[in-house]
Design a protein around this ligand. Structure first.
Ligand code: FAD
Length: 408
């Protein structure tokens, strides 16, 4: 007989795991099955481009819960299994090995697949992405044999990977199509700071460059830019974002596009189907209600908790303040809020001191902070973002004034 669960969770990543944990925490005693296409127990992805790539953390320290936890809580894990179709009328999903699994409630928690370059050469050996343990294990096997690495994409993952690889002694060139790194997520001060930090550590940061193709026979040997320059590299890392893994849901009729649309309770437009994490497109109060997809541990955990509560009959709207972190070299960036659409940015402290923060404002209200080696501002600034407060500009710009004094 085909299996069936009260709750089926598709995706054994951060949000899928957290949804199951939160269901049990909220006294849900029905059957739960998590179906994931990776072979591994649920694990944390952030270390993949940080200490795991550097070799400073073993894989078992990435596990979200130890192996025994899932059995003890009566949560079935079907790993190495991909869901290829959803039938909302029959309340069933189809696996890639020809099985059907029934559900009462379905939580779609599939994250996304790395966006691929659309040019020639992306299938050559030595071309990597950084999304899964398998991606990084393969990269680690090859990295010892190469001197030169090209990283394509100056977002968080590209920068973190470049930092680790340069610390491993590789000559790294980082290629960014825009005129600054982190252009999508941070203001110019933060971008320039990170460009300088990477250059000071020997990373060759090139901005405003277009990749024409990757060159090589079977093995990649370099990156050709649109001006014809060929940059030699036997290892190429592509970090240009993700494409949300929502095809089966959209094919089943769910509303969406760049992700699947969910309401404040994490419900999709299909009844009994919820979605959470990187794949969930939602109206976010910290983006003035605009539809966004957030790719962060915070969002994955908080949406998963909301979805679990929705299923457990405890209504809890998703309203969490976004936060994120990134580690590069000895620099810890912590962000709170969403800076998109800011009309003023105030720098607290001197970036040359390697400890500063940037406060983003919109019509005088604080909407976000980026804090570099400045945990105090990060912790205290949170309330300014939560309340969208309008502190005095002069005092805000003075790093000697603690942000908690500006709440009044
Ligand atoms: C290298 C890296 C570094 C990061 N660093 C940070 C950081 O410093 N701070 C931070 O806040 N966030 C960071 N993130 C982002 C964070 O890890 C993600 O936001 C989070 O993992 C999202 O959780 P998720 O459950 O939505 O997706 P995922 O964790 O990606 O899990 C989705 C799972 O579903 C599986 N799946 C997809 N389709 C199917 C299917 N059809 N059937 C079955 N299984 C399927 C996927 O293979 C995957 O295992 C980082 C991400 C990466 C990749």
């Amino acid at each position: 007989m085909e299996p069936s669960y009260d709750v089926v969770i598709v995706g054994a990543g951060h949000s899928g795991a957290q949804a199951a944990i939160a269901l049990r925490q909220n006294a849900f005693d029905g059957t739960i099955g998590i179906i994931g296409d990776e072979p591994d127990l649920p694990y944390e992805r952030p270390p993949l481009s940080k200490d795991y790539l550097a070799g400073d953390k073993a894989f078992d320290r990435l596990l979200i819960r130890p192996e025994g936890f899932w059995k003890e809580r009566g949560i079935a894990l079907e790993l190495g299994t991909r869901i290829v179709a959803v039938d909302p009328n029959a309340h069933a999903v189809a696996t890639d090995n020809g099985h059907t699994i029934g559900y009462d409630k379905l939580i779609w928690a599939t994250g996304g697949a790395p966006r691929r370059l659309s040019c020639a050469g992306t299938d050559l050996a030595g071309v990597h992405t950084v999304r899964t343990r398998a991606d990084v294990d393969q990269m680690k096997l090859e990295v010892g044999k190469v001197d030169r690495v090209a990283v394509i994409g100056g977002g968080y993952i590209g920068l973190e990977t470049a930092a680790v690889l340069s610390q491993l002694g590789k000559k790294v060139v980082l290629l960014e199509a825009m005129d600054r790194v982190l252009a999508r997520v941070a203001g110019e001060t933060v971008s320039r700071f990170y460009e300088d930090a990477h250059r000071a550590r020997g990373v060759d940061v090139r901005l405003g460059v277009a990749v024409d193709c990757l060159v090589g026979e079977d093995q990649v040997t370099g990156v050709r830019l649109s001006d014809g320059t060929i940059l030699p590299a036997k290892l190429v890392v592509v970090g240009i974002g993700i494409v949300p893994a929502v095809r089966p849901l959209l094919d089943a009729g769910a509303r969406g596009g760049n992700g699947v649309e969910v309401d404040g309770l994490c419900q999709t437009s299909l009844s009994d189907i919820l979605a959470v994490g990187d794949c969930a497109l939602h109206a976010n109060r910290f983006a003035d209600g605009d539809w966004v997809r957030l790719e962060s541990v915070q969002n994955a955990s908080d949406q998963a908790t909301v979805a679990a509560k929705t299923i457990a009959g405890l209504k809890a709207e998703y309203n969490a303040v976004p936060w994120f972190w990134s580690n590069q070299f000895d620099l810890k960036l912590q962000t709170v809020g969403l800076s998109t659409g800011y009309d003023a940015a105030m720098v607290r402290g001197d970036p040359r001191s390697r400890s500063f923060s940037v406060v983003y404002l919109k019509r005088g209200r604080v909407i976000a902070l980026d804090c570099v080696n400045s945990t105090r501002d990060y912790v205290q600034g949170r309330r300014l973002v939560l309340g969208r407060l309008t502190p005095d500009a002069q005092r805000l710009a003075d790093p000697a004034v603690p942000l908690k004094e500006l709440e009044g």
